[in-house]
Design a protein around this ligand. Structure first.
Ligand code: FAD
Ligand code: NAD
Length: 403
């Protein structure tokens, strides 16, 4: 008896959810059985997590129930945690069961990378998902709430320390400079008592980004009260803060957040994939070089930018584009046709600096600052919602900030 090929997609982030959507457009019901596995019953906008972490948006705005945006007549939704892929037997081992596959899409996203820095995993918060991000905003608010009632009124308990000045760190600082004055007002605390500190190992923030835009971002944040420590490598994280630089300077804070780097999901390693800095160096058509029926996408994939001689940074933009190619290539694989080479169409980068400021470099290096960049960032955020859930989702969760 003919049995439909089983396509199993792991992770309902940008890469996974868009692959599922594209497959339902390209394949009819008799052509394949499609299953999407995700830890939670919701997709979240990973690109909004810094706002959840600072408490400038409600966590519910950043998440969407999968059953509301995935066609459940075409895609089986499985809410479970992937523990391992048994490649030899073509099975996915879940916390509560297992699934067989003929074609697998591995898109479980990123994990925070602490590079083995002493105490970092144990003592610092990290932005990884909705729960870890919400925990940060709740912790910050708790520090403010208890300040005036505690006997010693230790001002360092109010300080917020952000380790790493890449895009996540900078976008988080942009939210914090807006949230802190609100918390000061709510808990009757003088703003001057609260330090917001960023520690970055390199001489500059946002490595590789346009220097003029980097300077603009730094000034914008400094003007609103961020203290930067540049050329300052964090060597240890204690329960009280960071140890920094050759002279082991201690910077104390009640809230310590690590935004110093990410790597591919650890399920890759547990499943025996050959790894390059925690990711799979995929073939030109986005497959695992050792398994021609496994596609690896998004933050789990190491994709070389041949012109630049280095990998593309992991972004939502590239993950979404990879999903288009993966769906097309899965169809080609089912029909024994040639697969297409992934070509990244870089539309640029825009980073928010809070609600009312941003920097961006788009299309052919056109620079955007301030209001124009902020509007562009909103357009990008709303476009992402549109791709996942159409106009209805924009109206429900979209960003329409007025200036
Ligand atoms: P993810 O979006 O991380 O999705 C992975 C999915 O897998 C999640 O649903 C997760 O719950 C699920 N999952 C994980 N482990 C398991 C498991 N074991 N079992 C089951 N399910 C699991 N990029 C941009 O292009 N523009 C931006 O403005 C931007 N801003 C960012 C802001 C922040 C704060 C951060 C952290 C990142 C930002 N990025 C941005 C990067 C971008 O978010 C990532 O590159 C993108 O999310 C990668 O997509 P993905 O599909 O690979 O993984
Ligand atoms: P990152 O790797 O881009 O930046 C980490 C920063 O931490 C670097 O500047 C690094 O020098 C610093 N660092 C590392 N070790 C350190 C140490 N010991 N002491 C002090 N500083 C240290 O990581 P990220 O910012 O989390 O970004 C991850 C990915 O997500 C990137 O590809 C980024 O482009 C993408 N992203 C994009 C956007 C956007 O487009 N708006 C926003 C957020 C993230």
């Amino acid at each position: 008896m003919y049995s439909k090929p089983k396509i199993v997609i792991l992770g309902a982030g940008y890469a996974g959810i868009m692959t599922a959507k594209r497959l339902t457009e390209k394949l009819s019901i008799p052509e394949a059985e499609i299953t999407l596995v995700n830890k939670h019953n919701y997709h979240y906008e990973t690109t909004w997590l810094h706002e959840v972490a600072a408490g400038t948006i409600n966590p519910n705005q950043a998440r969407v129930l999968l059953r509301d945006v995935v066609n459940t007549n075409r895609v089986n939704l499985v809410y479970d945690t992937v523990e391992k892929v048994d490649k030899d037997n073509k099975k996915v081992l879940l916390e509560n069961g297992e699934l067989d596959y003929d074609i697998l899409v591995f898109s479980l996203g990123f994990e925070s990378n602490t590079f083995g820095i002493k105490g970092m995993e144990e003592n610092a918060f990290a932005i990884s998902d909705i729960d870890s991000s919400r925990a940060i905003s709740q912790h910050i608010e708790y520090q403010f709430a208890k300040f005036n009632t505690s006997e010693e009124q230790d001002e360092s308990s109010l300080a917020i320390l952000v380790g790493g000045g890449g895009f996540t760190g900078i976008e988080l600082l942009g939210e914090l400079v807006e949230k802190v004055p609100q918390l000061c007002k709510k808990y009757d605390i003088d703003r001057s008592k609260v330090r917001i500190i960023n520690v970055e190992a390199s001489p500059s923030l946002l490595a590789g980004f346009d220097p003029e835009l980097v300077e603009y971002a730094k000034e914008s944040l400094e003007t609103r009260g961020v203290e930067f420590y540049l050329n300052a490598k964090i060597t240890e994280c204690t329960t009280n803060g960071f140890v920094v630089g050759d002279d082991n300077e201690e910077i104390k804070a009640g809230t310590v957040i690590w935004t110093g780097g990410v790597t591919g999901n650890s399920v890759l390693g547990k499943s025996g994939f050959e790894l390059n800095r925690g990711k799979v160096s995929v073939t030109e058509d986005l497959r695992d070089p050792n398994s021609d029926h496994i596609f690896v996408l998004g933050d789990c994939a190491w994709v070389m930018n041949k012109e630049a001689g280095r990998p593309y940074p992991p972004t939502a933009q590239i993950a979404i584009q990879q999903a288009d190619y993966a769906a097309e290539n899965i169809k080609a694989l089912l029909y024994g046709e040639p697969l297409s080479e992934f070509v990244f169409d870089n539309k640029g980068t825009v980073a928010s600096l809070g609600n009312k400021d941003a920097v961006g470099s788009i299309f052919d290096d056109k620079k955007l600052y301030g209001k124009a960049a902020t509007i562009m960032k909103q357009v990008i955020d709303n476009r992402s919602l549109f791709m996942i859930g159409g106009t209805k989702l924009i109206l429900k969760k979209g960003k329409f900030r007025l200036f």
